[in-house]
Design a protein around this ligand. Structure first.
Ligand code: HEM
Length: 456
């Protein structure tokens, strides 16, 4: 039992309406794209730490640089990851988000062995081919396109070919169908009744798992026949062996993490590229600077020659522009952790077993950290060392920092290279966006395209 003295030291705030707490109010604010304001109002009312109730759990909301440090700098000994029940049921209990301690370390280091720059640099040409093919099929010859759905298709195709070795064709199309159904119910209320979004999503998850099991079987046979363990992520994970040549990553761990990567790599990078397209349409000076950098690279290559790792290293301004986009429109705005011990923070106690709601990206728009935060200005990243630690955190930080950072960077740079060198574009309408929970433009960002050949 908590003593009265401890009770007194709980953060300020009220638990809200019984059972529902503040959940509906926050979800509503997310749909209306006013979640940031909703949270800012909380900070104004209660300060950087306050208690509330979200999704049926006592929760502490944290804000600011020190809070970001608390969330990202631990080793997992006082705070653990916490996912919603729907995500756990759809992605499976052996995915990285659910694992802790040694299990998390083992599986994460297996994924990183494939996702680290030294490994990914071998696949730059393959990703470039996927992007060129996509633009040829879906963009060339069109006067108008909708950017978000196309970018989702592109990032899905890249993940499928690179990570699972599943190339264009009927199988990939079938994967996409099941996968889209699965993802549609990921953020829904986990009530498993027929015809609910959640129920459809669970059924699709079972189909995706069945297909991946079959794929695993095929990859195992290919490896036995001498195929390279570097051909894709699944082969790489199957080839990780212990001292007695036993497989170190179980089949369930491979399947659940492959599904996680499909989800994590699909929604996030596609949102980033979509917002870049939006910002470049409205900022001609930045567009021209990106174009200058990319034109120089394009001129140094012969027609049809694929981009290389060295070319990407030259895209310095383009990546600063992408970071500025991530600052203003972070695909992941926050998340949840759970305390496994009482934690003292900011003069208050956060009791063991409580949920922590981190909205770390709020520091991105703090005018005491970023001057004129509403202004789109890639030059702020000229001197990255000047940005205080834990204040720019679109990929998180610490031992759970996004392992897909490098892949996201490669996909983004290659896609932007081709977009600016092939097209000029205009937005078809001024469009609002909402968080679902990623930021999504209401109409999917329709743009009007003019191919560069017609301009010259
Ligand atoms: C612009 C693109 C992306 C952004 C902004 C982003 C951001 C993030 C953030 C904020 C986290 C949470 C860290 C935490 O819980 O502390 C995360 C985790 C994760 N991301 Fe990404 N991500 C992106 C792309 C990707 C891609 C392309 C992949 C897959 C290849 C990926 C795979 C993952 C995985 C597996 C985790 C869980 C890591 C763990 O719990 O140890 N992400 N990402």
């Amino acid at each position: 039992k908590r003593s009265r003295k401890q009770e007194k030291r709980l953060p300020p705030g009220s638990p809200g309406i019984p059972l529902v707490g503040q959940s509906l109010s926050l979800l509503w604010a997310m749909r209306a794209n006013s979640a940031e304001r909703w949270l800012e109002n909380r900070v104004k009312k209660y300060g950087p730490i306050s208690k509330l109730s979200l999704f049926g759990k006592p929760t502490v909301f944290l804000y600011g640089q020190a809070a970001n440090k608390l969330v990202f700098s631990g080793d997992g000994s006082f705070m653990t990851n916490q996912q919603t029940q729907s995500i756990r049921m759809i992605l499976g209990d052996r995915c990285l988000l659910e694992l802790t301690g040694q299990d998390h370390k083992r599986v994460r280091s297996a994924l990183v062995s494939f996702l680290k720059p030294e490994s990914l640099k071998m696949y730059v040409g393959k990703i470039d081919e996927e992007v060129r093919n996509h633009l040829e099929m879906q963009w060339e010859g069109k006067q108008q396109v909708k950017v978000l759905p196309l970018m989702k298709r592109l990032t899905f195709d890249i993940v499928c070919s690179l990570l699972f070795g599943v190339e264009r064709g009927a199988r990939r199309d079938q994967y996409l169908q099941h996968f889209q159904k699965m993802i549609a119910g990921m953020w829904s209320i986990p009530v498993n009744l027929p015809f609910t979004r959640f129920n459809n999503s669970l059924k699709a998850s079972a189909k995706v798992q069945k297909m991946l099991k079959q794929l695993l079987h095929e990859k195992r046979l290919e490896l036995q026949k001498g195929a390279s363990s570097h051909q894709d992520l699944i082969s790489c994970l199957l080839s990780i062996r212990g001292e007695n040549d036993e497989e170190l990553i179980s089949d369930d761990e491979i399947i659940h993490n492959v599904m996680l990567i499909m989800v994590a790599g699909y929604d996030t990078s596609s949102v980033l590229i979509t917002f870049i397209v939006r910002l470049l349409a409205n900022n001609s000076t930045v567009y021209e600077a990106v174009l200058k950098e990319q034109d120089e690279i394009a001129k140094s290559k012969s027609s049809g020659q694929l981009l290389t790792w060295e070319d990407l290293a030259k895209m310095k301004y383009t990546w600063k522009m992408a970071m500025e986009t991530l600052r203003m429109y972070p695909p992941i705005f926050g998340g949840f952790r759970k305390t496994i011990k009482d934690i003292e923070f900011g003069g208050y106690i956060i009791p063991k077993g409580w949920q922590i709601f981190w909205a770390t990206a709020m520091t991105h728009m703090d005018n005491s950290i970023f001057n004129e935060p509403e202004k789109f200005d890639p030059a702020r990243f000229e001197n990255q060392a000047a940005i205080p630690p834990y204040c720019f955190v679109p990929f998180g930080g610490g031992y759970r920092i996004c392992p897909g950072y490098e892949l996201a960077k490669i996909e983004t740079l290659i896609t932007i290279h081709h977009l600016v060198t092939l097209f000029k574009w205009k937005l078809c309408c001024t469009e609002k966006f909402r968080r679902d929970p990623m930021p999504v433009p209401d109409k999917g960002l329709p743009i009007q395209l003019t191919p560069k050949q017609l301009l010259s």
